[in-house]
Design a protein around this ligand. Structure first.
Ligand code: NDP
Length: 284
């Protein structure tokens, strides 16, 4: 079994991004600028946004954090999205989810100019992915997974990829990308009958369900590439994935650990998407 070191891959990509940004600035171009909108004080969201701001600093990006209290109205938030859409200095921005219940997340996402949608959640972005037209702003976790798979020179054509989880941010987009790359794709979810019969067919197994250590060694085909997207907090506070790492690493050909696998890739891909957005702005 070979462990895939997402932390190292991510750190190498961040160095490349930082070097590219330094070159852009030396050439007199504008510093790439990412904005994040954060509503309320949810612990997870605070941590993610702080990590995004830190990653921006590491790579030489400008970052702007716009904060609102929980009682912000949908109109106020939509007005901010509109302002960011029209601010020429902002290359890309994200609205950190989840939002309070009185605000429609879908309405807010749809209000974002898809050219600045560096999270890749806009229906137009997802629609283009579905058509297979282009892959500009693939949402960050699926993009991170593909970068990991490419890093081990995964052969996709004719391989059987099984995705466990059908969320809009992970399961669905990754299935479309793998399909486009030539894999035969099976998508499983909570209603799938005999999940093990499906996972055992996988040459590439992507698990994104949010259930600690759920996929066990007996569910994995020997030699399979196993990508564990899950991030679950155990009672002792430790972070663990959706895959039973100790058992599955005895069977898998490649496996991503948690922490240190897919997690570090996600924020790095946000920077990559923002850099792409900045270059497209420069090209105008
Ligand atoms: P969601 O809760 O949106 O979706 C979970 C999916 O898993 C659903 O499709 C659900 O099926 C399916 N599922 C749940 N239980 C089972 C089961 N017993 N058997 C088969 N399928 C099941 O989750 P996300 O995609 O947002 O996240 C999944 C995990 O990945 C979480 O742990 C999350 O923290 C992590 N994550 C990690 C990221 C990273 O950067 N590393 C980024 C994003 C997420 P159904 O649709 O039928 O309900």
């Amino acid at each position: 079994m070979e462990l895939i070191d997402g932390k190292k891959i991510s750190s190498d990509i961040k160095k490349e991004i930082a070097a590219e940004v330094a070159e852009m600035i030396a050439a007199g171009k504008k510093q790439p600028h990412l904005a994040a909108v954060l509503v309320g004080h949810d612990g997870g969201s605070e941590t993610y946004v702080a990590a995004k701001v830190k990653a921006c600093e590491e790579c030489g990006f400008k970052s702007t954090l716009i904060r609102f209290e929980d009682d912000v109205t949908e109109e106020e938030l939509l007005a901010t999205v509109d302002k960011l859409n029209n601010d020429a200095d902002i290359d890309g921005f994200i609205v950190q989810l989840p939002l309070p219940k009185h605000i429609s997340e879908q309405k807010v996402i749809e209000a974002i100019d898809y050219r600045k949608d560096v999270d890749g959640f806009h229906p137009l972005t997802l629609g283009k992915l579905f058509i297979g037209e282009h892959e500009t702003f693939i949402s960050c976790t699926p993009k991170g997974i593909m970068t990991i798979l490419d890093s081990i020179k995964t052969d996709y054509v004719g391989k059987h990829a099984v995705i466990v989880g059908r969320s809009r941010i992970v399961g669905k987009p990754i299935s479309q990308i793998l399909l486009k790359r030539g894999a035969t794709v099976t998508i499983c979810h909570s209603r799938t009958k005999d999940l093990k019969a499906q996972t055992l067919k996988a040459d590439i197994l992507v698990v994104a369900i949010g259930k600690a250590d759920f996929v066990t060694a007996d569910m994995v085909k020997p030699g399979a590439v196993v990508i564990d997207v899950g991030m679950n907090r155990k009672a002792d506070g430790k972070l663990t994935g959706d895959v039973d790492y100790a058992g599955v690493s005895e069977v898998a050909g490649y496996i991503t650990p948690v922490p240190g696998g897919v997690g570090p890739m996600t924020i790095t891909m946000l920077l990559k998407n923002t850099l792409t957005a900045a270059k497209e702005q420069h090209a105008k």
